[in-house]
Design a protein around this ligand. Sequence first.
Ligand code: NCD
Length: 489
Amino acid sequence: MLKDFITIRDLTKEDILHLINQGIGRKNNHIVQPHNKKKIASLFFENSTRTRVSSEAAATNLGYEIIGFSGTEGTSVKKGEPLLDTARMFEGYGAQAIIMRHNLAGAARFVGDNISVPVINAGDGSNGHPTQTMLDLMTIYQKHRSLDGLKIAFVGDLKYGRTVHSLLQAFELFDSEVTLVAPPTLSMPKWRIEQYQEKSGKKIVYANSLEEVIPHMDVLYITRIQRERFPAGAEGDIEFKKVSGRFVLEAKMLKEAKEKLSILHPLPRDKNSIEIHPDVDNTPYAAYFTQAQNGMYMREAIIHSLLHQELKGKVQNRSNSEDLFKDMKVENGQKMGEKLVYRLDTGILIDHLKAGSASHISTLLKLDKIKDKEVVICSNIRSNKLGRKDVLAIHNTHLTPDQLYKVSLLSPEHTINYIENKRVIKKGRTYLPKILKGHLICKNERCISRKEHKEYCKETFIVESQHPLKVHCHYCELMMKGDEIEIDN
Ligand code: NCD
């Protein structure tokens, strides 16, 4: 069962449909429960109107009392309190769940992993906004009676807009077509598109203007340019000026729209650079106010379903017990060459390393710290298999697979020979565990696991594939592969 509500990726299609049904049911037959003498914490480290108020109204309607804060002004966050300390206090005061919004990506995941009560992500930086996605889906479903067979365009700030990131994840599970319309500097991150296409087997469609897409769409999902996520100072101002006002929807543009078109917006719209002119509000297409109202019913559904363990969640194959070492056949146990070149009678020979990688691997394995053992690093030597290769010979020691697997980060095609009295007694290759704690640095500067944010959140990555190496950050969901991967020595 799902403990926390952190990302759409954790939900099954059945969970999504269950929540939509619950949300619609609650809207049609709304019941306000008497106070149940229990509390829910609402911790909003970032600005919010709709998400906070509708979440708090939802929890109150379910009978809970709200404790918490709206904005960090007046809290100990201003004194430098670490995020986990703040969250733990509210757990200690008896909160049955924590609903939180934070400016760092992965913040809700980090808290959820470290406290025992359920955590609901009400927006984590520009990463995700899964409760918003659920109310978006409820609105679309109510209007179109299905989430399949639709054409939907995401318009605006697709780079920093967390609502569209989560919504894109949701549409992996449904048979609808997504079109992206954004200024080039605010386009959907490439890795998100790749993930969507890979997981759904569908292709993304691109367009340059609203006019181009309007006649074909069932849903237009317009977003605000997220000014607050641009770089600070003059650089950000210039970037913002280039894109603000780029896509403005006006009523007169809707002449060729399909009759059933619905226009959604997570709101707020920005009056200083309005993206939906108010003359659209009175057209039959405008669904954004209904969408915002649906937020309360959907959040009731989410809080109730999570606390009553009604959400299954995807089964994550994340056990750490998998084999880190796979045996290979020992064909010729007599390692004469090795004996001559490395003089390795007993120890470990790490062979077939990518040329130029041995000294980095030696540092990664902390071999430079082994003072009493002889370590031989051979660089750029001839190899029948690889042309050139590096080799590491470690004398009189037998490191275990969990001490060796890091070799795979830099040289996945290596071989390891355990040598005893000049004979190879075991040969094989190491593999990375499914979950990598440490070792890599998340490339997203706004990820909670980055050291500069001082939240003491250990970098954690899920290994999606080893050849070629592909991982995603457990916290901010960023996918990194091949050369993008930065190793933390
Ligand atoms: C969105 C958010 O905070 O990500 N708003 C919301 O929750 N309704 C979108 C936005 O701020 O533009």
